[in-house]
Ligand binder design. Sequence first.
Ligand code: BMA
Length: 374
Amino acid sequence: MKQIFLTAACAAALGLSAIACGSGKQSDTADADSVATPAAGLLSSLTDVVANGKVVFGHHDDTAYGHDWQYEAGRSDVLETAGRYPGLMNWDLGLIEYGDSVQLDGVPFEFIRAEVRAQDERGGINAISWHPRNPVSGGDSWDVSAAPVADAVTDGTAVNDTLRAWIGRAADFVASLTDADGRRIPVLFRPWHEHTGSWFWWGKDHCTPEQYKALWRLTREVFDARGVDNVVWVYSPDRIAAAEEYTERYPGDEYVDILGADAYHFGGEEGTDEFRARVRLQLDAAKALSDKNGKIIALSETGLEGLGMDHWYTEVLLPLLGEYPVAYVCVWRNAMSTVKPGHFYAPYKGHSAEADFKAFSDNDKILMAGFVGK
Ligand code: BMA
């Protein structure tokens, strides 16, 4: 990943959130106090992507496993169907909070560290999501039997101590992602995602807007106290009933770099119109905020589980990407069929949507690995 030097003014022009850019250390004099962060380099690349009318294609856990394989060096269902690795790979930190060595879907953290570096070396980018466990019930992210956010954001409580420690472990892992020269590799980080739904313990029915915003502030506080400078922060609401819901829990421009949207296609062919409407409602809201604050936007998670439509990529996704200046789009994982049958979002070798996916990835607009620095 190319490194760039920026002044505070440049960083502001790029829309980089204040703290990631080293606020507090900045001055108005360009030479006196230029800042160079890996995060700024990544944001700059993505700003170029948007300016050139392109979109980076991403896939979760791309090289960890696929439809019928796992942990085979160099393998990727996307590579085997599109002919190239995705431009973005997403990795999830679930269970890092416990200090475990393997994340929630069985991927070793050391594997993730190596793959982040490999993806960086091939001219692609990396993103990180996090499904932490419920700090009160001990259940998973989807366990909403206890609502811990109110206590978690209140200093002096046991849950606050726990969450600070958990976020600290996530921050330490992210800070430890380095290239062969020891330089930190920038990543997109998308904490507390899909909070406009109520399926996660940080979701809308389980905390107030103020508490949710405080959760972001707490997260930034812990990362920034450690000097983690390789994070581009992504805000990613899921479904909303009206545009106002997109901003209701927005933590503020100083905490966020990219305005994302998570939106899945449900119900196969029949669900297409509903999916389009949902993506448009969310991206219209992201775009409206972006018009005010200059941040770039993204379709941070999407997909059609099981890919039951052979032309979904060229006929549903690609036209939608053409309607908005999104920097990237990321589809979810291809679980091994023996572990979670039918849970895949990119085709695999021999799947009937293979040719369509290849055409999608070959489209001029779509960026696969190798795009960085070009
Ligand atoms: C969900 C599914 C689960 C997985 C979780 C975290 O969308 O893919 O099987 O455990 O994400 O990666």
